[in-house]
Design a protein around this ligand. Structure first.
Ligand code: ADP
Ligand code: MG
Length: 723
């Protein structure tokens, strides 16, 4: 019998090849396999008459369905094309007769005996009046006294591992769950009414019914939140650390900085700056976040703080999540600093090695006359060579885009430095608390003068012709246009509309049933293809695209061309979501807007309306039904980022806030499998609360070795975008 730590190759049917395939998926042990949750379920308990395959819901020919058929003829085996065998028999229900065919499975002749009843699952083709056909359907013998499970798990797969295979290996592994020691303290489990881990693992893979599946998901989602919170709590936190450098300048010296700006600070910026000056002047390390809608002018506040640190004899670093953003900050800030006699440099992955070495040396120089005062860069700032001679302030822009590990690395590297975070996504309070600890918040709730509201519209496909005309009109007026499509890889999503995704939040059978019949989504618009189509419709416009799979250098090239006005329409996936500044852009079109989180949409909308042009945001809805309509309506009527963030959290769960949307981090590694879409904010808050209490008693989790192990595993697996 397998134990949790039993290596995967000990299971029967796992040889070296399959072991390698499993390893590729990050599955090494029975425990890993049990934590490889289904991505969806086939609703095999939803038995339909053959004739129902003619209904609209199934007509697409894509949807599979479950049938209960009685075998009426003996299987006949014939040989075709040399070595291939075909096995055929007939089976029926009250609505019709079905020809069933299997290839190369001669041995099934003994399985399907006349009079036998089976549950078949697959695509049903209509081949004549009351005549149907199924090819290689899934089958299970039906016995009245022993009901078949209603839900059949569908797993994320990799080459060399089929769903049938993985199901069998999981079936073997499930035996280990009876020995699972529940790492969650009994008191927490009882307080939250959660099932045991063993039960949850059994039910997530082989649900007895919808109710128990819900129970299992609730428990496993709780665990993910709980471990996430514990992990952040145990990661080195600099807040409150004594011994930080006191950074203070006189009002006169501060005024020199303000005089160097082409504008006056707004009241909100001035308030944020005085918060920063007060924190920096203390020997307790600052841990502050500046939150404010895109375009409100956070950067200049951060720059002012960097100035204070430098004028106090320390160094300051600014880290941005992308090369484009870092370069943009450098282009804006380095000349300003230079005018003030401050030496700075840009350090990204593209910086040539020789130049990098120079920067490393200048940062580490003990001679203040040689030293670099300021460095602006990407994750490259976290690399080993970077060491500051006199660290004073570390600023990260759009920090939530970084993985937790990076945040830990950065504060670890600069133990005593003051920390400042700039975030454009207003993070709901509960999440901010767990992600950043007891950080203090300065809110910039006022826009620089002259900004106008971006008029927002929600439209559907019937507006296509008018949209093209609108793009042209804006370009002809001298403006620029963004078109955002969902990420390219998403185009390969499930086509089988009968699948119930694991993210479906079903409290009972009712909702799940509704989901099974959800309207089939229209095809998604991938950036590359979309750009080509748009170019056909608007042949004289300069159109280009960027997407997440492009090399950073290529991406930068296109972005730079767009920023320079050489490209009029930029089609992209969400890569532009993060703070690029192109004041001439005045129209933002979002395709398949129903696929985006509200906070993402809010971010995207913030890309336009940054200059003097009247700006628009058009959200194009492509299916998604009534829910999508209601969600997008929020965007049309709400401009307050906080209100939007709270609604987003309630509707979509914390996934968009907790991990970077375009890749690495806990989300992708599978650390957030169930919690990502869990919109049960109460469950989340309770998990965070329990984690805080546990850490208050036992900060290192010394008394909970098993819990500690799983937390470490979650964070280790989440990897590091650095590499
Ligand atoms: P965000 O908060 O989104 O990072 P930025 O810091 O990029 O916004 O500022 C957006 C634009 O507003 C920049 O071009 C910046 O120069 C400008 N800006 C910032 N503060 C002011 C101000 N007080 N008055 C006028 N323009 C300002
Ligand atoms: Mg910004």
């Amino acid at each position: 019998m397998p134990y949790l730590h039993t290596p995967i190759e000990a299971l029967s049917g796992v040889g070296p090849t399959r072991k390698a395939a499993y390893n590729k998926m990050g599955v090494y042990t029975v425990e890993d396999l049990l934590c490889h949750f289904p991505r969806a379920y086939e609703h095999r308990g939803d038995i339909r008459a053959l004739a129902e395959s003619r209904d609209d819901a199934y007509k697409t020919g894509k949807a599979r369905m479950a049938t209960l058929l009685t075998v009426s003829t003996e299987p006949r085996v014939s040989r075709v094309k040399g070595r291939m065998t075909v096995l055929k028999f007939r089976a029926f229900d009250e609505s019709g007769t079905c020809d069933i065919t299997f290839f190369n499975q001669e041995f099934l002749r003994n399985t399907f005996t006349v009079g036998g009843v089976f549950r078949f699952y697959g695509r049903v083709e209509s081949v004549g009046k009351d005549r149907y056909a199924m090819t290689a359907p899934a089958y299970e013998p039906f016995v009245e006294s022993r009901p078949l499970p209603p839900l059949y798990a569908v797993y994320p797969l990799t080459e060399g591992i089929s769903n049938k295979m993985i199901s069998e290996h999981i079936r073997q592994s499930l035996a280990a769950t009876s020995l699972v020691e529940d790492p969650l303290p009994e008191s927490v489990r009882a307080a939250e009414g959660l099932c045991t881990l063993g039960y949850a693992l059994r039910e997530i893979h082989a649900p007895s019914d919808f109710g128990s599946l819900h129970t299992a998901k609730r428990r496993l989602a709780f665990d993910e939140f709980f471990r996430f919170a514990l992990g952040l709590g145990t990661a080195g936190r600099t807040a409150g650390v004594k011994g930080a450098p006191v950074c203070r300048v006189s009002d006169g010296v501060m005024q020199d900085f303000l005089n160097a700006l082409p504008y006056a600070l707004t009241g909100a910026q001035t308030r944020a700056l005085s918060d920063l000056r007060r924190d920096l002047a203390s020997d307790t390390a600052m841990n502050r976040m500046i939150v404010g809608d895109v375009g409100c002018g956070k950067t200049v506040c951060a720059a002012a703080a960097m100035y204070v640190a430098v004028k106090s004899g320390r160094q300051a670093a600014l880290m941005a999540p992308t090369g484009i953003l870092a370069a943009q900050h450098a282009a804006d800030l380095l000349p300003l600093f230079e005018r003030l006699g401050i030496r700075g440099a840009l350090l990204t992955g593209h910086t040539p090695a020789a130049q990098k070495r120079k920067i490393y040396a200048a940062l580490a120089s003990s001679d203040p006359a040689q030293r670099l005062d300021v460095v602006i860069g990407t994750q490259a700032l976290l690399s080993e060579g970077v060491a500051f001679a006199a660290p004073g302030l570390v600023v990260t822009d759009e920090q939530h885009r970084f993985g937790v590990n990076q945040r830990a690395t950065l504060s670890e590297k600069n133990r005593n430095a003051h920390l400042l975070v700039m975030s454009a996504t207003p993070i709901p309070r509960t999440l901010a608390l767990v992600m950043y600890g007891d950080l203090e918040v300065s809110r910039i709730d006022e826009m620089p003068p002259g900004r106008q509201r971006v008029d927002t519209f929600v439209v559907d496909e019937s507006y296509r012709a008018r949209l093209n005309a609108f793009i042209r009109k804006n370009v002809e007026a001298g403006g620029q246009v963004y078109v955002v499509c969902p990420a390219v890889e998403e185009a390969e999503e499930d086509e089988d509309t009968a699948l119930i995704p694991i993210s479906a939040d079903f409290g009972g059978e009712q909702t799940a049933m509704a989901l099974v019949k959800r309207e089939p989504d229209l095809p998604m618009k991938a950036a590359v293809q979309y750009a080509a189509e748009l170019q056909e419709r608007l042949p004289d416009l300069k159109i280009a695209f960027v997407h997440g799979k492009m090399k950073p250098a290529e991406k930068d090239k296109v972005m730079t061309a767009f920023a320079g006005g050489d490209i009029q329409v930029l089609v992209s996936t969400t890569v532009i979501e993060v703070g690029v500044n192109v004041p001439n852009a005045c129209l933002m079109l979002v395709e398949n807007a129903e696929r985006f989180g509200l906070s993402q949409l809010h971010q995207l909308r913030g890309r336009v309306g940054r200059g003097t042009r009247k700006s628009y945001c058009v959200l194009i809805r492509n299916g998604g039904g009534e829910t999508a309509r209601a969600r997008l309506e929020v965007m049309r009527t709400t401009y307050d980022g906080y209100a939007i963030a709270e609604k987003d959290l309630a509707q979509r769960g914390p996934g968009d806030f907790l991990a970077p949307a375009d890749g690495a981090g806990i989300r992708q590694s599978g650390g957030f499998r169930l919690a990502e879409n869990c919109s049960d904010t109460e469950l989340m808050n309770h998990a965070f609360q329990h984690a805080r209490e546990m850490l208050a008693d036992d900060p290192e989790l010394a008394g909970y070795p098993e819990l500690r192990r799983t937390v470490e595993q979650m964070y280790a697996r989440s990897g590091n975008i650095l590499n």
